[in-house]
Design a protein around this ligand. Structure first.
Ligand code: NAP
Length: 259
């Protein structure tokens, strides 16, 4: 299926690794020029080089912290008029409600709510004027079913989901969509390091913990970043102009609700 977005330009935030990288890779394979961002220059350069090996598109890198105003200004300077925006950043740390300071909460909201809102505000009106835009926020399965140790993430991401719901419905008249894509467990560095941490805490092997986590997924496995990238690319396609304000859950069946 031709996604109809060849020649478009995308900003993909937090894209040197994991889910962001997979989104950038898949968009590039569809002919989309990509501006990829992350904090670590060497990782960004490696990812840009990998993308160029598989796709004949322009790949620009911006090494910055997307959760800061300066970082976002750098990204928008490199690409003031994107057709596609994928909002992503690292998630807040796990912990327990009683241990989180108010500054922990402020930081989580800054990272996972204010940052995507700021980039949406800077780009959505230009997209509306140009009559094409696709915005995706990478959030989490925890928006639908809060996760015990991830209260910072649960709160900030649910806040973002509510905050963009009206704009998603305003923008769609101009062929601009805003959707959230909710990962369950995908096999990325983040998942590997959390599995390792759980193994250390429980005095078990990494394989034992990974098998236990996989057994909790109805699919019997972790998701692969490529699968995430493919779903994201479809949501950014010319065919997805009638889908807006939605929460697409990619969790191998973990969420038990029928709706
Ligand atoms: P990952 O494999 O650890 O990759 C994270 C990427 O984000 C890296 O490229 C990293 O590069 C970049 N990054 C992190 N903080 C950044 C910042 N402040 N500014 C710019 N770039 C930043 O993580 P992932 O698994 O792809 O997760 C992506 C998002 O999905 C996270 O918010 C995570 O909480 C959420 N999520 C993931 C899963 C999962 O199973 N993988 C499940 C639910 C939700 P630098 O460190 O060099 O900046």
């Amino acid at each position: 299926m031709d996604l109809g977005i060849a020649g478009r330009t995308a900003i993909v935030c937090a894209a040197s690794k994991g889910l962001g990288r997979a989104c950038a890779m898949q968009l590039a394979k569809e002919g989309v020029n990509v501006v990829i961002t992350a904090r670590t220059l060497a990782d960004l350069e490696a990812t840009a080089s990998d993308i160029r090996k598989v796709a004949n598109v322009k790949v620009e890198i911006v090494a910055c912290d997307v959760t800061t105003e300066e970082g976002r200004a750098q990204i928008l300077k490199a690409c003031p008029n994107p057709d596609i925006l994928i909002n992503n950043a690292g998630g807040p740390p796990p912990g327990d409600f009683k241990d989180f300071s108010l500054d922990d909460w402020r930081k989580a909201v800054e990272w996972n709510m204010i940052t995507p809102i700021a980039l949406i505000k800077s780009t959505v009106y230009g997209m509306m004027d140009r009559k094409f835009g696709r915005i995706l926020n990478i959030t989490s399965q925890s928006v639908k079913a809060p996760i015990a140790s991830l209260e910072l993430s649960n709160g900030a991401r649910a806040g973002l989901t509510g905050a963009i719901a009206v704009m998603a419905r305003r923008a769609v008249r101009h062929n601009v969509t805003i959707n959230n894509i909710l990962p369950g467990p995908f096999e990325t560095d983040r998942l590997k390091s959390s599995t390792k941490r759980m193994a250390e805490l429980q005095g078990k092997s990494v394989d034992e913990i990974a098998d236990k986590r996989k057994a909790e997924v109805p699919a019997g496995r972790f998701g692969q970043p490529d699968e995430f990238g493919a779903a994201a690319a479809f949501m950014c396609s010319s065919h997805a102009g009638f889908i807006t304000g939605q929460n697409l859950l990619l969790d191998g069946g973990i969420f038990p609700g029928a709706l």
